[in-house]
Write a protein that binds this ligand. Structure first.
Ligand code: PLP
Ligand code: TYF
Length: 394
């Protein structure tokens, strides 16, 4: 039977990871997959995570099942982290999911259950998994303009024009912060404009927030999400703990559904439990428990926030160093956008041919659309990358 299957195209980002591993050059630089790396190239276990794991090992006396939507304490802690007091707690349904990807998948399935005709508006470009999951589920996708390849900032007029074509029953997928793959983000004034369009069209926002704390800080990075949730009757939020807690492989994420009132919340909560049960029954608990312990313990939380802030400032410093080095070498300000982007990624805005040239000539690995993971750099490799970019004629 399985001979009827067609080979599936591999994930380009994950294939690049494998290609990098096989490259024998000692000078190679990995700017591919979106994983945080410190100056020595390691993806560390965060101090607070280690401490929570130690405590959990000492204190946990059962690994029996939790609930279909996970431990309610995890939902409480994450709703507070992402939404603060933007909406009343009793209007928010939530379910733990395997990573942010699991939350995205469940959100799309919930949309499809509620309205099989729903279209999902996605930024052009967006994280390739958004597109791949939508295609798999057979959900119609409508790209909206997002990135201006000249200025490397948000093509805001085009974005608004395109979002105005959404109608009631459609969903608008937005990145909460640190846009993947471009690094270009909305200002708060622009979020307010987007909210107006959502209110006018009646389309439902879905916010994917996978990098809270990597851009301008924990609260600043959630400000757009909070403003949207407070301003519309219904909203979906898929949050990932992979990056900001550094627990990628533990598969820790959450889907939140904000309803107009507490009555509607119960139906949403039941639907989330149903969807989890159909797909995997109970969600993974280990990472979610660590996150809950950290967020609800003053000392662990303070240490986590301090380390996260160091990570954030480290990436900002690399951005500034790279922009300054390129300014010097190019004698122009055309690379200033690198210091204005936020999060792990920046889209350099060059051709696949030149991306390939950087890989072949210099062992510099970035995704084919010229997305660079800034965390793959350190103060010694920044000048190497800058020189290679100029030599390639970018
Ligand atoms: N959404 C975006 C935009 C991402 O970049 C990622 C990647 O890490 C995720 C969601 C989900 O990641 P994970 O499933 O590892 O939590
Ligand atoms: O965009 C990235 O690099 C991260 C990690 O199928 C990732 O979000 C990449 C591909 C994938 C899942 C996660």
């Amino acid at each position: 039977m399985f001979e009827t299957l067609k080979p599936q195209a591999p994930d380009k980002i994950l294939s690049l990871m494998a290609q990098y591993k096989e490259d024998p050059r000692s000078t190679k630089i990995d700017l591919g997959v979106g994983v945080y790396k410190d100056a020595s190239g390691l993806t560390p276990v965060m101090r607070a995570v280690k401490a929570a794991e130690h405590k959990l090992w000492q204190e946990q006396d059962s690994k029996s099942y939790t609930g279909l939507t996970g431990d309610p304490a995890f939902s409480d802690a994450m709703i507070k982290l992402v939404l603060a007091d933007a909406v009343p707690r009793n209007t928010v349904a939530a379910a733990a999911t395997p990573g942010g990807t699991g939350a995205v998948r469940q959100a799309f399935e919930m949309v499809q259950m509620a309205n099989p005709q729903a279209r999902v508006f996605v930024s052009d470009p967006t994280w390739p998994n958004h597109i791949s999951i939508l295609q798999y589920l057979g959900i119609e996708m409508v790209p909206y303009r997002y990135f201006d390849s000249e200025t490397r900032s948000v093509a805001f007029d085009g974005m608004i024009e395109d979002l105005k074509t959404a109608t009631k029953g459609d969903v608008v997928l937005l990145h909460g912060c640190c846009h993947n793959p471009t690094g270009a983000n909305l200002t708060m004034e622009q979020w307010a404009e987007v909210i107006k369009v959502l209110q006018e069209t009646g389309a439902i926002p879905m916010i994917d927030i996978a990098y809270q704390g990597f851009g301008d800080g924990l609260d600043a990075d959630a400000a757009g999400t909070r403003a949207v949730a407070a301003a519309v009757p219904e909203c979906l939020i898929a949050a990932s703990c992979s990056k900001n807690f550094g627990i990628y492989r533990e598969r820790t994420g959450i889907l939140m559904v904000v309803a107009a009132d507490a009555g509607a919340e119960a139906l949403n909560q039941g639907t989330l439990a149903y969807l989890n049960r159909q797909n995997f029954s109970f969600p993974p608990d280990h990472g979610a428990r660590l996150v809950t312990m950290i967020l609800t313990d003053d000392a662990l939380r303070a240490d986590w926030q301090a380390e996260l802030e160091d990570v954030r400032l480290g990436m900002l410093g690399l951005r500034e160093q790279l922009a300054a080095e390129l300014k010097r070498l190019s004698n122009s300000d055309r690379f200033d956008f690198l210091a204005l982007h936020r999060g792990m990624f920046s889209r350099l805005g060059t051709t696949p041919e030149l991306v390939e040239k950087l890989r072949a000539d210099h062992g510099i690995y970035m995704v084919g659309d010229s997305r660079m993971n800034i965390a793959g750099l350190n103060s010694e490799t920044v000048p190497v990358l800058a020189r290679a970019i100029i030599d390639a004629g970018i």
